[in-house]
Design a binder for this molecule. Structure first.
Ligand SMILES: NC(=O)C1=CN([C@@H]2O[C@H](COP(=O)(O)OP(=O)(O)OC[C@H]3O[C@@H](n4cnc5c(N)ncnc54)[C@H](OP(=O)(O)O)[C@@H]3O)[C@@H](O)[C@H]2O)C=CC1
Ligand SMILES: O=C1O[C@H](COP(=O)(O)O)[C@@H](O)[C@H](O)[C@H]1O
Length: 509
């Protein structure tokens, strides 16, 4: 790649002497073009544009620097695109109609195909005109391409960007590419995709987005683990019996059956979102908060995961899943899975990490549940530390206390940090908002590095191939249930002890 084609990110040096000190990125100015490819699609409408709107409202996308381009094959006008997306900016958008209108005026739509030059040349022309019109003081131009597209078109789109749309300013700036999961379907296809894209762009230009890494409580994990004396000495095999990382949705594939059936719950949720969370729960303290130091530690965790045993997997498919006309009648695709992962290292040997995800279950939530070992002689119930990622973000610690009153009896209770109660009036940003801001700032900490991706696929590919080949079959479960009963049996076998008669209720204001 010729020099001058892209500029390496400007960053201040990191303070590696202090873990708690936030690292800083140098604020970049100059013209910024954000190009949403696949602008006519579901993700663009529901997540990408609303996140950009919120960033605009919060002042992170100044209108004297930023312009937004939508690109897709569908032939629509600028106003058609604006009308499609304006209803997705959140409940309070109607109170800010002036902001909404100003934001929408920053958007232009360009129609073209994904594998020919005409459309991309036109796109480049539009971007360049915008850059000239802004005539920013530094003369630098920043181009952020967000691929809200099916992965099958990533390679041609990346080729077209490389050929027709790179930042050409000699005065600085950059070209960055954001790609959405799923990054491949197994180890081989992911490596092929990485190689194809890697020939066109350097790793610092690539932002593989996993939106779970943008969730507030996921971002809190490292601070929580490494800045609290409470946790430092306890976070290991001597004290922790098992860890569960759970994703539940109370709705089915809802119009995405065609996409979902090709991937299934392991590729859709477990191999990426839950595994990323596992890395942050299990990794060693990084040398600093530099993105590369953090990602080095995540890779080490992934490389320490032992091959998955068939008897530590339960698959499910909800009844009625195959009624979706886009799903084949004999689909073997799991909509539910519980998988036990075992990390072979000094800290975690013998501690099961139970990853569980399911669609059409009895509730919608995502959480991390760390269960501690029994206290000798204590029968009341185990200590648990639960991090509720969503909804109702919270952390709570289940512990045994004396029942208030005259008698000396014990009861399970909790120490509770519920965000809505504790941080009243603080708006928690959407995951996509933070992550898009990170891409603009050139911070790759919360994005998946190529070797991380490879290690993640190495863990799941043998199991996925056995499912694809029909060697492992999902059990049927009732929509609205907890999933297959066998999954709870596996949980108990792995060592999880449910505390009966105790349920945490998020506090209300
Ligand atoms: N939707 C969601 O909630 C989430 C999506 N993602 C990921 O984001 C990406 C985009 O998802 P989503 O918006 O749902 O996808 P869509 O199916 O809505 O596709 C986006 C756009 O891509 C174009 N397109 C669709 N199929 C093809 C095809 N076979 N060949 C070429 N172009 C096609 C269409 O635009 P046109 O025909 O106008 O060119 C479409 O509007 C995917 O990688 C998905 O896995 C990740 C997390 C959540
Ligand atoms: O990536 C995906 O995530 C969503 C769930 O995201 P959340 O932030 O609402 O938890 C899931 O519905 C979808 O199947 C999957 O592709």
């Amino acid at each position: 790649m010729g020099s001058g084609q892209w500029m390496v990110e400007k960053r201040s040096s990191f303070r590696s002497d202090s873990f708690s000190k936030e690292y800083e990125t140098v604020p970049e100015t100059g013209c910024l073009s954000i190009i949403v490819l696949g602008a006519s699609g579901d993700l663009a409408k529901k997540k990408t544009f609303p996140a950009l709107y919120n960033l605009y409202r919060r002042g992170f996308l100044p209108s004297n620097e930023v312009y937004i381009f939508g690109y897709a094959r569908t032939k629509i006008s600028d106003d058609d695109l604006r009308n499609r997306i304006r209803g997705y900016f959140g409940e309070d958008a109607s109170e800010h109609s002036e902001d909404v209108s100003k934001f929408l005026q920053l958007i232009k739509y360009v129609s073209g195909s994904y594998d020919t030059e005409d459309g991309f040349r036109l796109l480049d022309k539009e971007i360049s005109e915008h850059e000239v019109s802004k005539n920013s003081a530094e003369g630098s131009s920043r181009r952020l391409f967000y691929l809200a597209l099916p992965p099958s078109v990533y390679p041609p789109v990346c080729r077209m960007i490389r050929k027709c749309c790179m930042n050409r300013s000699d005065l600085g700036g950059w070209t960055r590419i954001v790609i959405e999961k799923p990054f491949g379907k197994d180890l081989e296809s992911a490596e092929k995709l990485s190689a194809q894209i890697g020939e066109l762009f350097e790793e610092p230009q690539l932002y593989r987005i996993d939106h779970y890494l943008g969730k507030e409580l996921v971002q809190n994990l490292l601070v929580l683990r490494f800045a609290n004396r409470f946790f430092l000495p306890l976070w290991n095999r001597d004290n922790i019996d098992n860890v569960q990382i759970v994703f539940r949705e109370d709705f089915g594939t809802e119009g995405r059956g065609g996409y979902f059936d090709e991937y299934g719950i392991i590729r859709d949720i477990i191999q990426n979102h839950l595994l990323q969370v596992l890395c942050l729960v299990a990794m060693e303290k990084p040398v600093s908060l530099k993105p590369e130091h953090i990602r080095d530690e995540k890779v080490k965790v992934l490389q320490s995961v032992l091959p998955i045993k068939d008897e530590e997997v339960v698959l499910g498919q909800y009844e009625g899943y195959r009624d979706d006309p886009t799903v084949p009648d004999h689909s073997n695709t799991p909509t539910f899975a519980t998988v036990v992962l075992r990390i072979h290292n000094e800290r975690w040997e013998g501690v099961p990490f139970i990853l569980k995800a399911g669609k059409a279950l009895n509730s919608r939530k995502a959480e991390i549940r760390v269960q501690f070992k029994d206290v000798p002689g204590q029968k009341q119930g185990r200590n648990e530390f639960v991090i509720r990622l969503q909804p109702s973000e919270a952390m709570y610690m289940k512990l045994t206390v004396k029942q208030p009153g005259l008698e000396m009896s014990t009861v399970q209770s909790e120490l509770d940090l519920s965000y809505k109660q504790r941080y009243q009036g603080v708006a928690i940003p959407e995951a996509y908002e933070r992550l898009i801001l990170d891409t603009i700032r050139g911070d790759q900490q919360h994005f998946v590095r190529r070797d991380e991706l490879k290690a993640a696929w190495e863990i799941f590919t043998p199991l996925l191939h056995r499912i694809d080949d029909g060697e492992m079959k999902p059990l049927q479960y009732q929509p609205g249930s907890r999933g297959p009963v066998k999954a709870d049996e596996l949980l108990a076998k792995a060592g999880y002890v449910q505390t009966h008669g105790y349920i945490w209720i998020p506090p209300t204001l």
